[in-house]
Design a protein around this ligand. Structure first.
Ligand SMILES: [Zn+2]
Length: 131
């Protein structure tokens, strides 16, 4: 775990605590004006922190290097009586699709989106065929 990850986690956690305390004060004190004066800024601060925490999260998850180096796990999928497969298409250009054959664990990359049909070139079984 990197320190950056922990920093983000701490922000998210403290945000939730702020919201929880803020809501708790309103409920426990029966909604007096004093409790609102304390609780509302606390809750808003919590929501603000939460947005920052989540924003950092989404920023990190779309880093191009990470997408570029991403590959699906070459793990065997459970055999449910027929050939299983997993198809992952990249969200960013260049659009590429990885096909994981569940029978043999072979990963094939094709350009573009999921093709209408595909057979594994390793164990030579038809994984799918769209009508
Ligand atoms: Zn295969």
């Amino acid at each position: 775990m990197s320190s950056e990850y922990h920093k983000r986690l701490n922000i998210v956690i403290s945000a939730w605590i702020c919201i929880a305390i803020g809501s708790g004060i309103i409920v426990s004190s029966g909604g007096t004006s004093f409790s609102f004066a304390v609780a509302v800024p606390l809750s808003l601060g919590g929501i603000f922190l939460l947005l920052i925490g989540l924003g950092m999260d989404s920023q990190k998850s779309i880093s191009p290097e990470k997408i570029e180096s991403w590959t699906p796990d070459a793990s065997l999928l459970p055999d449910a009586g027929r050939a299983m497969y997993r198809v992952d298409t990249t969200l960013n250009q260049p659009i590429r699709t990885s096909i994981l054959c569940g029978r043999c664990g072979n990963i094939v990359w094709v350009d573009g989106r999921k093709p209408p049909f595909f057979s594994c070139n390793n164990c030579d079984i038809l994984l799918w065929e769209e009508e």
